[in-house]
Design a binder for this molecule. Structure first.
Ligand SMILES: [Fe+2]
Length: 200
């Protein structure tokens, strides 16, 4: 008891409110492994294979997301405003796919990639230049990237279906394939050579 009659604060109070910084320890799960014995009714072998493939799809989708932001920032010309808005909308939709894919990997007991250097190493999409490009070139890049993702997503959906991984199959078909297909439509219509003012 202190002279005031109040119980004294523990002497370690200051230590308890000080943020503990610069901590390190061994990692808790190695990349490329899956948690054993998850009650999902899917074998470790299936989950290892699917998480490896999903990480490639995640890397491609993160590249696609970033390609849309690059296009959103660097677009130019008479269709600037509509494309500026459209590219940002597609960027948002690709971001949602990124989250779905990453969380599917974690759900299956795997480890999802997250950082740009890992994306750069793993993506199958062609790297665009840092320079600005004309709208038709931007659109060609986006369409080429969509085509590659769609081909891989359909193959991966079939692989998931063959292995009984219905949840992964559903995400690939209902989200990845359908979102990318719709975005192809909206983007590709901008390269149809239609008269703008006078009918031909
Ligand atoms: Fe913006």
């Amino acid at each position: 008891m202190s002279s005031t009659g109040l119980k004294e604060a523990p002497s370690k109070t200051r230590d308890r409110i000080t943020p503990i910084q610069n901590q390190s320890a061994r990692t808790i799960q190695k990349f490329g492994t899956v948690i054993a014995d998850l009650p999902l009714g899917l074998s470790e072998e299936v989950r290892t294979k699917m998480t490896a493939e999903l990480n490639l799809m995640l890397a491609d989708t993160m590249s696609m997301r970033d390609l849309y932001k690059k296009s959103h920032w660097q677009v130019s010309g008479p269709t600037f405003y509509q494309l500026h808005l459209l590219f940002d909308k597609h960027h948002e939709e690709q971001s949602e796919l990124v989250d779905l894919l990453a969380e599917r990997i974690q759900t299956l007991g795997g480890v999802s990639i997250a950082m740009a250097p890992d994306v750069a190493e793993m993506t199958r999409l062609e790297r665009p230049p840092r320079d600005r490009e004309e709208v038709p070139v931007q659109i060609s890049r986006l369409l080429q990237a969509h085509k590659l993702i769609l081909e891989n997503a359909r193959k991966l959906a079939k692989m998931a279906d063959d292995r009984g991984d219905d949840g992964t199959n559903d995400i690939l078909v209902s989200n990845v394939v359908r979102t990318n297909e719709l975005q192809v439509w909206f983007v590709s219509e901008h390269t149809v050579d239609m008269p703008l003012v006078r009918a031909e």
